[in-house]
Design a binder for this molecule. Structure first.
Ligand SMILES: Cc1ncc(COP(=O)(O)O)c(C=O)c1O
Length: 462
């Protein structure tokens, strides 16, 4: 896919936050003090921070202006009305519950619907979703279509679910499936989109079995952009119409507003059906707070309401996705093994291919992330053996995931192409000396979500 126009950013910059490049010596000291885990770095020691696109957005003047209107009443807040109106306008849903962030909505939905030993099929669940499914004693079932696992596949919708497998799962285990969940875009395999045709077919299969289907809609606007630019028949549909069509096919959604809500904190859970909404309220109140604030300040609700309308703007999306695409293409042309076509929110590098001499138990993604920090004080995130691998509980042996990825997540409206040029140059320098780079041993790890707090030792130190 190519960006259709080559316009500059559709905004000018009003507030700036200074950043600086620490010296190579300081970088070497900081990463060692951090146990070679970039989650332990202080943000002031990072020059360009591509750890995540979640909650790192720069808000607009309209959002900041709306925040002052925040109605901080416990019940019946005007700001809840503003949020509900924006959700109805952009997504269509008439019933909405705010939550402190996306996982708050997942907590309510999974508590409402899921019993021990249930099975929750989806294209590929995000980590926190998997966590909430497992916390209910149930099983996340990822049915991503095969091309979604192939880095080299040029399929335009690598987030699609395998429809045959979904139908088979529903016919075999119908009694144990309380819902189907589709993640748009699919974060864990590179922010890859789901087509409307695939979503429609998945909804038909679920509904034929009388099972509700929900969207994890964290990046619904980016997904709508991909449908408009890649799915035949949608090129002349506007983005809001496409987004509304996606939501019209399902029974409700969870949403992390920290992505396509263009805010730093917040989430929501939305439904078409008043009965489901009323049932959710029973969990909303103890978990998140009263219906009209849900773990957020009134001002946060106002910022999300404006963000939802801004995110669906074509000039914004074209610039955002164009920026990701430019960085991915630049690296691809330099020979770096990136997922192409890139997804919407970041550039994903196959660290296994980048370092063919490092086996999964030497954490190639981790080696990349550390070298990128040393090279340019740039922070990326490992999404491979450290994040998704585990140890066999009896033998202690390393069990590797299917993909050994590193993500360069691009915050929304934060960095210019000049920043990303610095990133590209640093990645290229690491690529040129890749055969000299050693792997790591994990020397300290927590039993769950170990990559956040793990400590490492470089193998050359042995
Ligand atoms: C696809 C997806 N779903 C859910 C979440 C969880 O959202 P939050 O971080 O707001 O709790 C994320 C966060 O990164 C995500 O990418």
């Amino acid at each position: 896919m190519r960006a259709r126009h080559d316009y500059a950013e559709p905004f000018k910059i009003k507030t700036v936050e200074p950043i600086h490049l620490p010296s190579r010596q300081t970088r070497a000291a900081r990463i060692e003090e951090a146990g070679f885990n970039v989650f332990n770095l202080q943000s002031e020691d990072v020059y360009i921070d591509l750890l995540t696109d979640s909650g790192t957005t720069a808000m607009s003047t309209q959002q900041w202006a709306a925040m002052i209107k925040g109605d901080e009443s416990y019940a019946g807040s005007r700001s809840y009305k503003a949020l509900s109106a924006a959700v109805a306008d952009v997504m269509g849903f008439p019933y909405v519950l705010p939550t402190h962030q996306g996982r708050g909505a997942e907590h309510i939905l999974m508590t409402m619907k899921v019993q021990p030993d249930d099975r929750i099929p989806g294209n590929m669940h995000f980590d926190t979703t998997e966590g909430h499914i497992r916390l209910r004693g149930a099983h996340p079932i990822n049915l991503l279509a095969e091309e979604g696992y192939q880095r080299a596949s040029t399929h335009p919708f690598k987030g699609n679910i395998d429809l045959d497998q979904l139908a088979a799962e529903l016919s075999k285990n119908r009694e144990r499936i309380p819902l189907v969940l589709m993640t748009i875009t699919c974060n864990n395999n590179g922010g890859q989109p789901v087509s409307l045709a695939n979503l429609r077919a998945a909804a038909e299969i679920a509904h034929a079995a009388e099972v509700p289907i929900f969207l994890d809609a964290a990046r619904f606007a980016e997904n709508a952009y991909f449908i408009q630019t890649r799915e035949p028949g949608y090129e002349n549909h506007d983005l809001r119409t496409i987004a509304r069509e996606c939501f019209s096919l399902v029974d409700g959604c969870t949403f992390s507003a920290k992505k396509d809500g263009l805010v730093n904190i917040g989430g929501l859970l939305a439904f078409w059906d008043i009965k489901a909404f009323e049932e959710a309220i029973q969990w909303q109140i103890p978990f998140e707070g009263f219906i009209t604030y849900g773990g957020l300040a009134g001002r946060d609700l106002e910022a999300i309401a404006v963000g939802l309308r801004e995110v669906i703007n074509p000039a914004y999306l074209e610039n955002r996705i164009g920026q990701v695409h430019r960085l991915a293409s630049r690296l691809y042309e330099a020979g770096v093994p990136v997922i192409m076509p890139p997804g919407g929110h970041g550039v994903f590098i196959d660290a296994g291919e980048f370092f063919p001499h490092l086996p999964p138990e030497q954490f190639p993604g981790q080696a990349f992330v550390v070298e990128l920090y040393l090279e340019g004080a740039i922070r990326a995130v490992e999404l491979g053996s450290a994040a998704f691998g585990r140890r066999d509980p009896t033998t202690g042996e390393h069990i590797a995931p299917r993909m050994e990825m590193v993500r360069l997540a691009i915050p929304r409206r934060v960095y210019t192409d000049r920043h990303l040029e610095q990133v590209a140059q640093a990645v290229e320098r690491v690529y040129q000396r890749r055969s000299d780079i050693q792997g790591f041993d994990m020397i300290k790890e927590a039993p769950v979500l170990r990559h956040f707090t793990a400590q490492y030792r470089r193998r050359e130190d042995d």
